[in-house]
Ligand binder design. Structure first.
Ligand SMILES: [Fe+2]
Length: 487
């Protein structure tokens, strides 16, 4: 049986053509548990013809689904009847299906129109961004620590929708508190599948732009013994599967716990995405992004195999103008609420050698920005570094000439914490604009309001804006490469 919440959640038919509005009004016939959303899928690299995945959640009734799509502005619809259904059958939860269709081919940098048909009736229609090719400017958004269903989360979603990003990346903490199916249902999907953008509802982001991201503490640490519907991150997202191969012994993998039957149910639903999807990389426009599994207290980024993967991944991306790493656990941050947590400093040497420009994190519910900096650990950590609270002291070099306005070429990596996407609890707001409380590498700190990071990448010029839930610009900087023309 569908609950009333499911009915409300399924009423995302505002984008349908008038001829279908009769069906939209008839909520007793709503077919979706979660309305369609787009994903990049296992497509890490640019292709001459791009693709998108469309996923939705629905019951397991014997019905015929199909999807039609076309590049916006073209006339002919392409029909897809190959719908893959993954059954989510978990103890204590009514069974349902995650449905998936691949839209291919799509011109790079276009917008894809798609509509989902149930039997002989179109029941959903939307338009989504297709990945831009390397020569095409694009916009994207980074914001972490989101899924609580809070008013602030909805207000931020509205502002993100106004910015119209091609993709939205969440460094971690998609949902609180335990990454559960039931929490996605209440705290996540309703906000980002709202039928229209409104400050008290959220916005229809999921149907229009790909969500990407990594696992935060609250996406990672569930035990199937106590939360059999935990680790839903692996059910609902389809990211590239090009991360480091994890050994048969499951080293570096967060243990599922729980009974054998609970683990089997999880693995059956997660398929190849578990545990492989925990780290990955992808290209978008002229940028290369690496998303890492970091908070997981079982992963050791001093392991030579993991380091070799990271090094090779960044090396093959050497032609990308911008290289950006996503590490939910911040290597450098100033929140007094988290004085430790320096575990990910062990990869900084690889990032600097590869010319990484930016590192985005979450975890600390705040906005923080560092100088462009270089770091050498002293002493270099010997042996495994797995505990998120591990301390890694060292020596710093700061580029204090860079100001993001007049001087825009950075000598070093800028580390950004963007963890104010929706969780109502912000960390250490008393540190906002209070430099005496910051570490020497920090140049901005704001935990006074909810906000997100907007990026505009245009050739050798990258513009970053930190935008509040009310639309105010809280911070702004420009980064350029030597080939960028002067202002
Ligand atoms: Fe969080």
């Amino acid at each position: 049986m569908w609950t009333r919440r499911h009915m409300l959640q399924a009423s995302a038919l505002g984008t349908l053509a008038p001829a279908w509005l009769h069906a939209a009004d008839n909520t007793s016939n709503q077919p979706f548990l979660v309305t369609p959303y787009v994903q990049l899928g296992n497509a890490p690299r640019h292709a001459p013809q791009e693709s998108l995945l469309v996923l939705w959640h629905a019951g397991l009734d014997s019905v015929h689904w199909r999807v039609e799509f076309r590049a916006a502005g073209t006339s002919d619809w392409i029909r897809c009847d190959r719908v893959i259904r993954t059954e989510i059958a978990l103890p204590g939860l009514e069974r349902f299906g995650v449905y998936e269709v691949e839209l291919r081919p799509l011109p790079p940098g276009s917008r894809a129109e798609y509509r989902v048909w149930l039997n002989d009736q179109a029941v959903f229609q939307a338009q989504a961004a297709v990945r831009s090719p390397s020569r095409q400017p694009f916009r994207c958004v980074v914001m972490g620590d989101v899924g609580t269903g809070s008013p602030q989360q909805k207000q931020v979603a509205l502002q993100v929708h106004r910015y119209q990003p091609e993709f939205l990346l969440i460094p971690g903490d998609f949902v609180y508190n335990n990454g559960r199916v039931s929490e996605y249902t209440t705290n996540f999907f309703p906000v980002y599948t709202a039928t229209e953008a409104a400050s008290d509802r959220g916005a229809p982001l999921l149907s229009q732009c790909c969500f990407l991201g990594g696992r935060g503490q609250h996406d990672t640490e569930a035990s199937l013994a106590t939360h059999p519907d935990g680790h839903a991150w692996f059910y609902y997202w389809s990211f590239p599967l090009n991360g480091p191969s994890l050994s048969a012994e499951r080293r570096h993998v967060y243990p599922l716990s729980g009974q054998t039957s609970q683990q089997s149910a999880f693995k059956s639903a997660a398929g190849a995405r578990f545990p492989q999807m925990a780290s990955y990389s992808f290209d978008w426009g002229n940028s290369h992004w690496v998303v890492l599994d970091t908070w997981n207290p079982h992963i050791d980024w001093t392991d030579p195999e993991l380091r070799a993967w990271l090094q090779a991944d960044l090396k093959q991306a050497q032609d990308a103008t911008w290289k950006i790493v996503v590490s939910y656990l911040p290597p450098f941050q100033s929140s007094t609420q988290y004085p430790q947590g320096q575990k990910m400093r062990v990869i900084v040497d690889l990032l600097e050698a590869a010319g990484v420009d930016l590192v985005f994190s979450g975890y600390a519910h705040s906005y923080q920005r560092t100088y462009p900096l270089r770091f050498v650990p002293a002493p270099r950590p010997a042996g495994p570094v797995t505990d998120p609270g591990h301390l890694v002291p060292g020596q710093f070099t700061y580029d204090q000439r860079f100001d993001g306005r007049e001087h825009t070429q950075a000598d070093g990596i800028i580390y950004i914490v963007s963890g104010c996407g929706g969780n109502p609890q912000l960390h250490s707001p008393e540190q906002t604009d209070n430099p005496q409380t910051w570490q020497p590498f920090t140049v901005r700190y704001n935990a006074s309001q909810h906000q997100f990071t907007a990026l505009d990448l245009h050739g050798p010029r990258l513009k970053l804006q930190q935008i509040s839930r009310e639309g105010a610009v809280l911070d702004e900087l420009t980064l350029t490469k030597p080939s960028a023309p002067a202002n």
